[in-house]
Design a protein around this ligand. Structure first.
Ligand SMILES: [Zn+2]
Length: 476
């Protein structure tokens, strides 16, 4: 019988923080500026320039640490990680090795097999590097330092995960916590959240860990899942052949669904770390921690419980609505305005999700205002527009954030509730469709539907369908 293997996975997650300015200078962190316009002597590593720590970075790191059950290091320090690379103008990165800001935390994840704690070894603050652009010219690479000095936190997990499912559950949990805190938008595709996967395999029951590799360049949950499967298979094959796994950094190529070696794995000592001499240690008082703690917003787990109690909506709705901060904010604001939680929820879960999917968008991309959604719910609820018209109006809200009241007025979409006008139309439809009338009287229920449809068509979709039904039955 062949051997059984267990996969052991730990993650290093880099998150770009949502500060307005960089970690050690006042340059803008805004994405997409012309190359090298958001730079200064500090973030381009000019001799003699001195870094000044951005307080907001420390507060975001503390907020993430508190939300992930970490201990906050009261006397935390920065260190220099030395290496040469053209996107790193100082030839070192300011990071934290010896006294990172947060340690010993955990998050709880849910998978098919139940809930589980994944340990967080540490969270440290550091600066991002610039960006090399290779592709556009044949004979040279250019460098853009706009990203140099953008604040990052690196969240290092314990090797507690055993499958791709657990890894994705962990990343999703982190993403939601950090988004709810407002510390980052955590978009994998845009690189504001990046995950490196440390993976090894060992025989089931073995006490020692196997040799691990580190995989980089994973920019979607799907790619992470495939990379884990691929690397597990590669390592098992080596072991089965009696070969050794080499400790190295590998790059995952999602198009080829294969990884290749980038460089042998370096140890901390290769970087000649030493205490950063240009920055004083950060002393974090108990009061400061409490201040940050008191500002923590309601996170997803608490929101889930509150939604079911306060709004009396099904668990399924609450799960979807709280699955993104943007969606939850929209839901709460629209519900506060119209007081109809289940109806607001229906618009978000059905039509909104459908349109997002159709456009390949995420809930974070939603642009419409809660005021307009609330007005639409009110219009539909009052019977001022029927459900077909409501869907049409909603599409315009989704794309253009129009005011539904003004739109309905302007396009003349109000439902006709005038019984006289409806009766007149129904009479005309009955006279024009003797065959359907006969069918209905002969017991064919479907014929009624046809007559309702004809009446709606005559009224250009604006009739109150309930009333049409009633009048038809009465007249037949
Ligand atoms: Zn700068």
């Amino acid at each position: 019988m062949s051997k059984q293997y267990e996969t052991v996975i730990g993650l290093e997650v880099h998150v770009e923080l949502a500060t307005k300015t960089k970690i050690f200078c006042s340059c803008s962190t805004e994405f997409g500026g012309a190359p090298n316009t958001h730079t200064c002597p500090v973030c381009t590593g000019m001799p003699g320039s001195l870094p000044v720590l951005n307080k907001k970075v420390v507060e975001y790191a503390m907020a993430v640490g508190l939300a992930t059950n970490c201990q906050i290091t009261r006397h935390c320090k920065f260190d220099r990680k030395n290496y040469f690379y053209p996107d790193n103008p100082q030839n070192y990165q300011i990071s934290q090795l010896y006294a990172p800001i947060c340690r010993n935390g955990y998050v709880e994840i849910e998978t098919e097999s139940g809930s589980k704690k994944v340990g967080i070894h540490e969270i440290h603050m550091e600066e991002d590097a610039g960006k090399l652009i290779h592709d556009e010219w044949e004979d040279c690479s250019l460098v853009d330092y706009n990203r140099s000095g953008v604040p990052l936190i690196e969240i290092v997990s314990e090797p507690d995960m055993r499958s791709a499912e657990e890894v994705i559950a962990y990343l999703d949990k982190l993403r939601l916590i950090i988004q709810y805190l407002g510390a980052s938008d955590c978009k994998l595709q845009e690189g504001s959240m990046r995950a490196d996967v440390n993976l090894s395999v060992r025989e089931v029951g073995a006490k020692e860990f196997g040799t691990r590799t580190e995989m980089k360049n994973l920019n979607s949950f799907k790619a992470i899942g495939r990379a884990i499967e691929g690397e597990r298979a590669r390592q098992i094959e080596l072991l089965e052949e009696g070969k050794q796994v080499i400790q190295e950094t590998r790059r995952w190529d999602d198009n080829k669904e294969a990884s290749h070696a980038m460089r042998s794995k370096e140890d901390a000592q290769d970087y000649r770390y030493f205490p950063e001499p240009d920055l004083v240690p950060v002393d974090i008082s108990e009061e400061w921690i409490e201040e940050v703690r008191s500002r923590q917003p309601e996170l997803r787990t608490e929101k889930l419980i509150r939604y079911k109690e306060e709004f009396d909506i099904p668990e399924y709705d609450a799960e979807i609505l709280t699955g993104s901060k943007q969606m939850a904010d929209l839901f709460e604001a629209a519900t506060a305005l119209c007081g109809k939680p289940k109806k607001v929820s229906n618009w978000l879960m059905v039509e909104t999700m459908r349109l997002l999917k159709e456009n390949g968008q995420e809930p974070e991309d939603l642009k419409f205002s809660p005021e307009h959604l609330a007005k639409l719910v009110d219009l539909a609820d009052a019977g001022s527009i029927n459900s077909t018209v409501a869907k049409e109006v909603f599409e315009h809200i989704f794309y253009e954030d129009i005011d539904p009241e003004a739109y309905v007025e302007e396009k003349g979409l109000k439902t006709v509730n005038d019984e006289g006008a409806l009766r007149e139309t129904v009479e005309r439809v009955i006279a024009a469709n003797p065959q359907s009338v006969a069918d209905y009287k002969g017991g064919k229920e479907k014929a009624l539907g046809f007559l309702v449809g004809q009446t709606m068509k005559e009224m250009k979709g604006k009739a109150n369908p309930g009333m049409v039904n009633q009048i038809l039955k009465e007249l037949l």
